[in-house]
Design a protein around this ligand. Structure first.
Ligand code: ATP
Length: 250
């Protein structure tokens, strides 16, 4: 039997990130947005090419990157030491992808996309959203981003197109202001449904801190899912360069 009513579009969240490693702050953000915005699913999209490192080593400008990693901003460890420099490099894409698969496996609404990992070149969110829209033509996309990343969104490539490709949900993050009136006028002028804010439970966790803890032999249990703790230990991620005395406590 056919019906004249148009099919509702599937509401799909997109959680982009470096996920080096994925931690419980990411998972809570995705879960909260899924609940509050009645999303059918959330797709986690690990970034591809480690542009953060290129940006630092080869002097690329901010126009070369999206969602810049705030190196050192939340890192309480002396950034001059060799070990800590190591803890700021980007792990292989396959490791970040697999950790994301492990972390999301228990939630039937969560999935992981390789779209950014498999695309050549720097990862730009506009490409992520174009590709997802092309493969999911019946979907309405909701891009989830923390308050820190939201502050820099006007420096992302083709930022105006971003808001045609997806709705954006800015989530609170400890240490950052989530307040529309603090954003650029360009963002404040967007239609209200295009950019919305959501307060979520405050988890003061960052991947930077997880890497630094692992490099110094401090535990990351309960900051990241159990399977991710075990993966970090097994693959010896984030270990210091010059000694093997510091291990992930697993
Ligand atoms: P790093 O410390 O290496 O910069 P990160 O912890 O910020 O990493 P990303 O993978 O860069 O993690 O973040 C992906 C997305 O998740 C970003 O939009 C970021 O703002 C958001 N996010 C990360 N941690 C939190 C958190 N604790 N609470 C809310 N949002 C978060």
């Amino acid at each position: 039997m056919s019906t004249d009513r148009p099919q509702a579009r599937r509401r799909i969240g997109v959680m982009g990130g470096t996920f080096d490693p994925i931690h419980n702050g990411h998972l809570v953000a995705a879960s909260e947005v899924a609940h509050r915005f009645s999303l059918h699913e959330v797709i986690f999209v690990p970034t591809g090419r480690p542009w953060q490192k290129l940006g630092e080593d080869e002097g690329s400008g901010p126009e070369d990157v999206d969602q810049p990693r705030s190196v050192g901003q939340r890192d309480s460890v002396d950034p001059r030491s060799e070990d800590d420099q190591r803890s700021k490099e980007v792990s292989p894409a396959e490791d970040r992808y697999l950790m994301t698969v492990i972390a999301t496996a228990s939630n039937p609404r969560f999935s992981v996309s390789r779209v950014d990992i498999d695309r050549e070149g720097n990862t730009y969110t506009v490409d992520t959203l174009r590709d997802l829209n092309a493969t999911l033509p019946d979907a309405e996309l909701f891009f989830i981003t923390g308050a820190d990343a939201l502050e820099s969104i006007l420096s992302w490539q083709n930022w105006e197109e971003l808001f045609e490709l997806a709705n954006f949900i800015g989530v609170s993050r400890p240490g950052y202001e989530l307040n529309a009136s603090h954003l650029s006028q360009h963002l404040q002028d967007l239609p209200p449904e295009t950019l919305q804010m959501l307060e979520i439970p405050a988890l003061a966790i960052s991947s930077t801190e997880c890497r630094a803890r692992a490099a110094h032999g401090r535990p990351v249990w309960y900051l990241v899912p159990d399977g991710v703790v075990q993966y970090i230990a097994k693959r010896r991620l984030y270990r210091p360069l010059r000694s093997n005395s510091a291990r992930v406590s697993a």
